[in-house]
Design a protein around this ligand. Structure first.
Ligand SMILES: Cc1ncc(COP(=O)(O)O)c(C=O)c1O
Length: 441
């Protein structure tokens, strides 16, 4: 038999996903260039001691075997206790809480438990790149509504409400919301959530998945509002979050979903056949951490207060570093990413003419800019066009995403490299005055 007689290719549902992702290009590129990696969103400082101690204790206590598929009872109870006051209702740990392998797998289970082939799912762009892939794998159709960056008429990223209303149809099954949002750092205001809720309630089949993985990272003047707390929305919403971002343990992959029994039931059913059981000792540790985090920490009233303060300082450091480079940061309201406007920088034509497996010709300007920055300044960022559908990628041409979930020393080093780059690279400095961003399509 020749090799043509075999079918070694992936199933049809993976068609279109074989191309390398933005992470597969930029993470190795950053390592190869020994760049300061402000690309991927994971903290590069040590995990807090109380988290490490909780995990070690759980392992030493022999909590090392499979556990209940929907989550270790201790964790489900700790989550119900933690979130009941935040949702203003008493959550049932057995039927209204379920544990997942991070938000990523939680989304997969939720989408697979709710979306039938042909159903429509509304994504707000720029959208975390796993959303569209998961919807398509479930046979759903993505309907995209883009956020527009702040402008003289809006101090924050904003939606065109006409476009949002037009996105809802009788086939709408899900709205996939993310607040605080990756990558824009937008925290949806109560008034905006109210408008989204009105549209959801007006469509009998419509439900919401609310990804609130950055729930503990909002900055002064911006309150995290949970969509599920608005009138009539608890029944229609699954809220997702995880330990990774809050406790600086992104490699643990302990996540959870909260919602009404009639929606949680499907996720539990799916997860019996997908994850089967999530890492038991790490679930036990997170149960303990949720208790510990409420207590005074490092002279702050709680771990959460300390965390927010840390990130506010890092945000200020990165804003300053970006301005040094001639970039204009759109200061985020939450989360740990900054989108910066790069239109003042001249991207050398040789970068604009390149192509890579993840970005075949023609390379978009934001992609070329991020390669230029990684290779020549030694600082890695992520091109946000990766978070838009093909027809909307041009909206990101003058943007780059930088993460500030990094040690102060990493951000300070990035600033030093920006300074050297500007001093060294005459084209870049000249470009500060006559950038090419505006001419690019
Ligand atoms: C918006 C958003 N949702 C979900 C995730 C993944 O969360 P987890 O690590 O819990 O799977 C990320 C990680 O970057 C994210 O930015």
């Amino acid at each position: 038999m020749s090799s043509e007689d075999f079918d070694f290719g992936p199933a049809d549902r993976l068609k279109g996903f074989e191309k390398p992702t933005v992470w597969q290009e930029f993470t190795p590129l950053a390592a190869q260039m020994q760049a300061v990696n402000l690309g991927q969103g994971f903290p590069d400082w040590p995990t807090p001691d109380f988290c490490k101690t909780a995990a070690v204790r759980a392992i030493e206590d022999n909590q090392n075997q499979y556990c209940r598929s929907a989550g270790l009872p201790d964790l489900a109870s700790a989550l119900a206790t933690h979130y009941s006051p935040l949702f203003g209702r008493s959550l049932d740990p057995d039927t209204e809480v379920t544990v997942s392998v991070g938000v990523s797998e939680g989304l997969f289970a939720a989408i697979h438990s709710l979306v039938n082939p042909g159903d429509e799912v509304i994504l707000i762009e720029p959208a975390f790149d796993i959303y569209a892939a998961q919807v398509k794998m479930a046979g759903g159709t993505c309907v995209y509504v883009p956020l527009r960056p702040p402008s003289p008429s809006s101090s924050t990223w904003s939606l065109d409400w006409g476009e949002v209303a037009a996105a809802f149809t009788p086939r709408t099954r899900l709205l996939l919301l993310n607040t605080p949002q990756n990558p824009t750092g937008k925290v949806f205001a109560r008034s905006e959530l109210q408008k989204l809720a009105d549209l959801v309630r007006a469509h009998p089949r419509a439900l919401v998945l609310s990804d609130e993985v950055y729930e503990n990272l909002t900055y002064p003047g911006h309150e995290h509002v949970r969509l599920a707390t608005l009138p009539g929305m608890w029944e229609r919403t699954l809220t997702l979050s995880s330990a990774g971002k809050t406790f600086c343990v992104t490699g643990w992959k302990i996540g959870w979903l909260l919602g009404p029994t009639h929606l949680i039931r499907g996720v539990m059913c799916c997860n019996q056949y997908v994850q089967f059981s999530v890492a038991t000792p790490l679930q036990a540790a997170v149960a303990e951490m949720l208790l510990q985090a409420q207590k005074p920490y490092m002279e702050f009233p709680s771990y959460y207060a300390w965390l927010r303060d840390e990130y506010m300082r890092k945000r200020t450091l990165l804003v300053d570093a970006l301005r040094t480079a001639g970039l204009e940061p759109i200061v985020p309201e939450g989360g740990f990413f900054i989108i910066a406007d790069t239109s003042n920088i001249q991207v050398p034509p040789r970068y604009l003419g390149e192509s890579t497996p993840a970005s075949p010709n023609p390379m978009s300007r934001d992609w070329a800019f991020c390669r230029y920055l990684t290779l020549e300044a030694g600082v890695a960022a992520i091109p946000p066009s990766a978070f838009y559908k093909e027809e909307h990628k041009h909206l990101a041409k003058n943007h780059a995403r930088f993460a500030f979930c990094k040690a102060d020393s990493s951000i300070v080093e990035a600033k030093a490299r920006f300074l050297r780059w500007r001093g060294k690279d005459e084209a870049g400095v000249a470009g500060l005055e006559n950038g090419n961003g505006k001419e690019e399509a």
